[in-house]
Design a protein around this ligand. Sequence first.
Ligand code: CA
Length: 225
Amino acid sequence: MRILVVEDNDRFGRLVVEHLSEADYIVDLVGTVEEFYSINSYMSFDLYIIDLGLPDGDGIKLIQRLRQNNNCTPILIATARARLDEKIRGLDAGADDYLVKPFNHRELLARIRALLRRKPTIQSELFTTPSLSFNMITGDLSCGDMNLQLRRGERRLLTLLIQHSGNTVTRELIESRLKNFQENCSSNSIDKMVSRLRKALAAAKSDLQLKTIRGVGYILEETRQ
Ligand code: CA
């Protein structure tokens, strides 16, 4: 599980990173809204921990913008702002939980576990196009009379591409997402997975095609007749 901590108080941020790392999470720490967008553009996270008072913007606006852009990654606000109306504003902006500083790291870890348990990784397990249906949980791919079952790597790759439909998915993002379950996610293994997924989509005569964006990554597109 990979967590992004957005915290401009360096000492506090490092302490949180230390506790999370001890609990075996992979953690990245950034101190500004700008840095958040930068790392978030090529890396995917399972949870964000966001401080509200940031040097180049307000955490609330950042959260609102993420939700407006359909980013449904769980968000935990960690802030010194303790007033009731501030908590309500934070949760209404789209955060999933709110923790007031100072807090005990054991409570932070328990709240993270609770959020990750109910993490909505995918809004619906079934993805359909005019000619195809794909179950992101089981990997079943159906196209007319043709039924295929994708292997785990291809299923995760296709799910990732669907979740970022219409956008280029970078190789770095694929690597960071697939590393969680596949120890050795080399550049070579991504190429093989892409090639197997292309073959499966072609075999199913699907209306989806996986385009290579040279030097960047891949994009999933529907081919309309
Ligand atoms: Ca702050």
